[in-house]
Design a protein around this ligand. Sequence first.
Ligand code: ADP
Ligand code: TRP
Length: 334
Amino acid sequence: MDKKSQNEPFYDIMLPMSKKVLLSGIQSSGKAHIGNYFGAMKQWVDLSNDYDCYIFIADYHALHSLQNPKEMKENITNLLLDYLAVGLDPEKVTLFKQSDISEHTELCWIFDTITTMPYLMRAHAFKDAEAKNKDIVVGTFNYPLLQAADILLYSPDAVPVGADQKQHIEISRDTAEKFNRIYGDTFKIPEPLIMDKVAVVPGTDGRKMSKSYGNTILLFAEYEEIKKAVMSIVTDASGGIPKNVYAIHNLLRPASELLPIYESKTGKYKELKELLIEDLEKFIAPLRERRKEFAKDIPKALAILKAGGEKAKKVASAKMNEVREKIGVNVYYD
Ligand code: ADP
Ligand code: TRP
């Protein structure tokens, strides 16, 4: 036995190792597509054995672009069913929705008071909205700080997201560092977790797959929808490998399998698309069926969400108490 281990208390090795924490979420602003799955959701499921996972529905984030209560309710329920259908097991993962935990918006306000306007004006999403001359709501401008609050309340070790969220995570890091500088060490600095291969899943037009571009293949698409989406994939006319078709196909099969097929069928776009349709159907059909099963008992799914919210609330409110103490608003003695 070396000197170091002699000095260590025996019970150290008897203590259960606490798991690292993972947190992520998606806005409830529309239907999930395969970009959401390969860019984010799949990582959550893959990591759910190794991490203590908090996965939420960012419904207050969605509110900045969706002001229709009926649609809002439908979207929340739909995203919950999506989460369950992709394999997020409520036994292992805390599923909740942002609006159930008022600490998120409370902490966002506190971040508002330490963040400058010019800093937030550098955010991509704000600059894009500005470039389109949109009437920008304060919620769009402030979006990254609500996201910072979402993350920092749970002190996660990993935040798995697609590459488009990289800047949001950087803003969360900057905000945590700034708060810690002003008020003392409070927040853990979060790390993004972006899988290189699937960082940006291309859409049917070759741009990033996104609900806002209308170039998606839906994660729970029916066969006819898959067919329609694949047939609309833009192919280049140069006769070689159709790169948009290949890029989507490569999510489902490794290059070692796909390249020989594509090389033996150069220029045969229709055949390659038909093959992609079959492969997508094989991948999507079981997910679609699982989702239909969960949809049979919506009250049960909602009970999972509510219970998850109660658990998440405990973590968030403990952190928020610490914050209130640090900023000096906690004046009571008890
Ligand atoms: P959308 O662009 O369709 O509105 P969201 O912004 O709601 O998608 O994204 C939800 C999650 O899915 C985020 O973690 C995001 O990074 C990821 N994601 C979305 N689109 C893609 C994509 N095309 N490739 C990789 N990840 C993506
Ligand atoms: N902005 C993310 C998106 O568009 C959703 C989101 C909100 C999020 N808060 C988060 C993702 C915190 C990870 C961590 O998908």
